[in-house]
Each structure stands twice: as structure tokens, then as C-alpha cells.
Design a protein around this ligand. Structure first.
Ligand code: C2O
Length: 486
């Protein structure tokens, strides 16, 4: 009942058109709703989708302009929208308890969201609303591959699994002047594995399939929920026809828990991957990689050149961390010979290097299994998640060094600002860690030092593990930015 790999055509998520524009702002509208879509050929799969599609529609913002997205919740549960990688004020960032209840009211749902028993700070739900709300994303963020997804406390894993994820690209004039591949040669690719039941429905081992009120997954999923089908833009192991030219692939790992090591293979040899961007935007210079290891939440902006290929060649993307059905991801079929005028400039952008010398504060964060309120769970610096008590109070404008260490594999994600990696396991980080990052994959017993400067927005934000089941097990902490600095 599963399709043969590389028989289903790849598709692109629709690009969302603004509903209105004025001098400063583009306005968008998204309805979150249930829908039935074809994921596996011949089957109808119920999803929860932004505008009823998975992945959700792609939003393209211009750096010079503000973006306002009105979300309407027609789902049977509260939602929270987070712009992952966005530099966004607190009230629009999607703090996990800033719920948007369904149209028609909360209907007593407040007691059934699974958060009732949690130590709640009085203002923990300060930005809670009913039916519809606006998320406002200020202008000024450099060109980057961002994404948006559900972020509701305790239920992010199953909600994203059902389809609540999409791309949000930011572009700017400097990027557009570079001459990178664009149009049909610029492909946002959301990777997400899923399991299916015999009816072709998404199979998620939720304790409570209503996603109210009891969070969590059954028994053996402590390391997160994996599927045996690799979807790219919601298609199982798709194939895509390409010409003999450079393509820009915006790789996003939107999986709940699966990490991929991607290799592009042509006739047994590997096709070079030129990385031009990381989570937070363009690198200073392009760099060649042989493979890309991408953990949940991370993005790699890469150029792959099919110019050396002959018509009829196939370039297969393998996942060298997979087993069985998850070793294959997608295939490019070269069907057309064309001239290619795209370039990869030697310099892509300029940005400030954050140094240890500039740091005014050093903080340590250890992620460990431990006692979380009487249950076996996760603790950061020995503490279970407590939204009312920030784990750190960074001053806006200061450079800080954060030392991260972990006892298991965790992709660690910070909200509000991008960071730079100073060291990995005590050493100079590898090429793949260059540039602005918002998610860093730490493997068991790994350590890293990152430099970060929080700017502009005072308020309450989170850092957490982006393995979504771990996130729902509350490997999360609040930090509060203070001060009126920059
Ligand atoms: Cu993509 Cu706080 O998450």
C-alpha cells in the first residue's frame, strides 16, 4: 500500500497572497482547519492544516516591510503559532501558553488543555484569545528560511504531525542582487517522516487522540516519534524533474524527531552540496559540504548543480542515518538541457562575528533526564519547566556566551535571536555550524558554546529541545529579556 519510492511527483506548497497591503505592511489571513488530503496515492488522510493544506502555504516577507498574519482557529483545540527563527516581540512569538482558542469560544477548554495542573504564573496566558488573532512580524529581519508551526504547550508533537507547519521566507534586495537560482529553480523542501495506519491515516501514538486534555505519547517513544515514510512537502519519497542547472534547495527538517544525514548521489558518486545559508540567513561565503546532517527545526540553504548531469541522469537523495524505508528521501530526474546563467557569488553577505571577548555574561545550561515534579522527565539546570520563573534574564544589547551540555541527543532551539557557535565539544566547530543558527543539534554528552545577543524585544521567550516529543515532555525553559537597550 506504500508507493514505490520516486513514483510520486514532488509538489510545492502554495505561496500565500496578501489580502491587503498598505505603505508599511502586508496583511495575510490563514484559517487553521481540518481537511482530507491525498498523501499516499489512493488514500485520503485527515490532516490539520493552515488553510487546510500540508505543508501550509508559504509566506514570503520582504525585509523592508512589516508582516501581519491573522490566524483563525477552526480546529477543535487551542493553537499557538510560532514563527521559528523570527525576530519577533513577545506577544507575537507564540509563547506556548498564549493560546488561540477555537472560533466559538473556549467552552471550558481552559480546564482541559492539559495545563491545569502546571505551576502557572498569573500572566502565563496573558496573550490568550478566542477565534482569531493577529501575529505581527516587524520589518528588518535579513533574508532567511524561516518556518511557522504550532507550539501549544504539551501538544506540539501531535499537532505538527497532523500538519501544522509551513515555510515563511524572508527576502531582501541584497539577496535578490546575488543572482542565485530562483523561480522554478528555488525549491523549499520540508522533510517530515510519518507513520500511517491501514486506512492511510497519520498514526501518532498519542495517549489521548483528541489532544485534550492528556498530553504525551504511549510507552516506548521517549526518544520521539518516528515514521517509516519520508515525506517531502507532504509527498512520499517524491521525484522531481530538473534541468541541467543550479538549483537552490531550502532544506527544512520539519520532522518531530528524525535526524537526517543527506547525501546527493549520482551513479554511486556524490554530487557536491554548496551551502549558502543556515537557520538565520545567508552565510558570509558559500562552502562545499559532502553531506548535510539536519536535525528537527534546522534549515540548510544549499545549491546543487545538475549542470554536470546528462539528460536521463538521476540524482538520488539518501539519508545515511536511516534504515530500511527511511534511507531514501527524494530523487531528481534530469530531463532537460538548458543554459544556466545563475551564479554563486564568493561573498554572500556581511555580518558581525560575535566573539567571546565581547561577552559580558556566561551562563551554563545542562539538559538532563531527571525528576520533573514527581515524574520522570527532563530538567534544565536541575529544574523542571516552570513558566513563571525565568532561567535567565539577559539584558537586551549584551553579548552572552551560553554553554550547553546534554546527556542525550537534543536539538536545542532559542527563540528571539539567532546565535553563533563558538565551540563544539571544546573544539572549533565544523563548517556546518557556520553562520546564524537558532537550532543546534547536540549529540549525547555533547557540549557547545554559543554566542548570542538578544535585541529589541523585552519579554518572555523560551529555549527548548526541538525534538517535539521532548518539547512536549517539557525540555523547555523561559528566559526573560530585560532593559530598554537595542
Ligand atoms: Cu520551532 Cu520553539 O520552536
Amino acid at each position: 500500500r506504500l508507493p514505490e519510492p520516486f513514483t510520486v511527483p514532488l509538489t510545492m506548497p502554495p505561496v500565500l497572497a496578501p489580502v491587503a497591503r498598505d505603505d508599511t505592511t502586508d496583511y495575510y489571513r490563514i484559517v487553521q482547519r481540518a481537511a482530507d488530503v491525498e498523501v499516499l496515492p489512493g488514500y485520503s488522510t485527515p490532516i490539520w492544516g493552515y488553510n487546510g493544506v500540508f505543508p501550509g502555504p508559504t509566506i514570503v516577507s520582504n525585509r523592508e516591510r512589516r508582516t501581519v498574519v491573522t490566524h483563525r482557529n477552526e480546529l477543535p483545540v487551542p493553537v499557538v503559532v510560532h514563527l521559528h527563527g523570527g525576530h519577533v516581540p513577545e506577544e507575537s512569538d507564540g509563547y506556548p501558553t498564549d493560546l488561540l482558542y477555537p472560533v466559538g469560544g473556549s467552552g471550558g477548554m481552559a480546564d482541559r488543555t492539559g495545563m491545569a495542573g502546571m505551576a502557572m504564573h498569573p500572566d502565563a496566558a496573558a496573550h490568550t484569545m478566542i477565534g482569531e488573532r493577529d501575529y505581527t512580524y516587524p520589518a528588518g529581519q535579513p533574508a532567511a528560511t524561516l518556518w511557522y508551526h504550532d507550539h501549544r504547550m504539551d501538544f506540539t508533537g501531535p499537532a505538527v504531525w497532523r500538519g501544522l507547519a509551513g515555510f515563511h521566507l524572508v527576502t531582501d534586495a541584497a539577496e535578490q542582487r546575488l543572482g542565485l537560482p530562483t523561480g522554478a529553480r528555488e525549491l523549499p523542501l520540508l522533510l517530515a517522516d510519518r507513520a500511517f495506519d491501514a486506512r492511510g491515516e497519520f498514526d501518532y501514538p498519542a495517549v489521548d487522540s483528541t489532544l485534550l486534555p492528556t498530553p504525551g505519547v504511549r510507552g516506548k517513544f521517549g526518544r520521539g516519534v518516528l515514521g517509516d515514510v519520508v515525506l517531502v512537502n507532504g509527498r512520499p519519497w517524491p521525484a522531481h524533474r530538473v534541468a541541467t542547472a543550479r538549483y537552490r534547495l531550502r532544506l527544512l527538517n520539519g520532522s518531530n524527531a528524525r535526524v537526517y544525514r543527506l547525501r546527493f548521489d549520482r551513479r554511486g558518486g556524490s554530487v557536491p552540496i554548496v551551502q549558502i545559508g543556515s537557520d538565520g540567513g545567508l552565510l558570509a561565503r558559500p562552502q562545499e559540504l559532502r553531506e548535510v546532517t539536519i536535525a528537527p527545526g534546522e534549515r540548510y540553504d544549499v545549491i546543487v548543480d545538475f549542470g554536470e548531469c546528462a539528460v536521463g541522469d538521476q540524482v538520488t537523495v539518501y539519508n545515511d542515518l536511516g534504515a530500511g524505508t527511511t534511507t531514501r528521501v527524494l530523487r531528481f530526474d534530469v530531463t532537460e538541457r538548458v543554459p544556466d546563467t545563475s551564479v554563486i557569488p564568493h561573498r554572500l553577505t556581511d555580518f558581525e562575528t560575535l566573539t567571546r571577548a565581547a561577552a559580558v555574561t556566561t551562563r551554563r545550561f545542562t539538559f538532563r533526564q531527571g525528576d520533573a515534579g514527581g515524574m520522570r522527565g527532563w530538567v534544565i539546570n536541575g529544574r523542571a519547566y516552570d513558566p513563571g520563573t525565568p532561567i535567565a534574564r539577559p539584558t537586551l544589547g549584551d553579548v552572552e556566551v551560553w554553554q550547553l551540555s546534554t546527556d542525550l541527543d537534543h536539538p536545542i532551539h532559542l527563540h528571539l535571536n539567532q546565535f553563533q557557535v563558538l565551540t563544539r565539544d571544546g573544539r572549533t566547530p565544523s563548517a556546518a555550524d557556520r553562520g546564524w543558527k537558532d537550532t543546534l543539534y547536540l549529540t549525547a554528552t555533547g557540549t557547545a558554546e554559543i554566542a548570542v545577543r538578544f535585541t529589541d524585544h523585552a519579554g518572555r521567550f523560551v529555549l527548548h529541545c526541538h525534538n517535539l516529543e521532548h518539547e512536549d515532555m517539557a525540555i523547555m525553559a523561559t528566559f526573560t529579556t530585560v532593559g530598554g537597550g537595542r
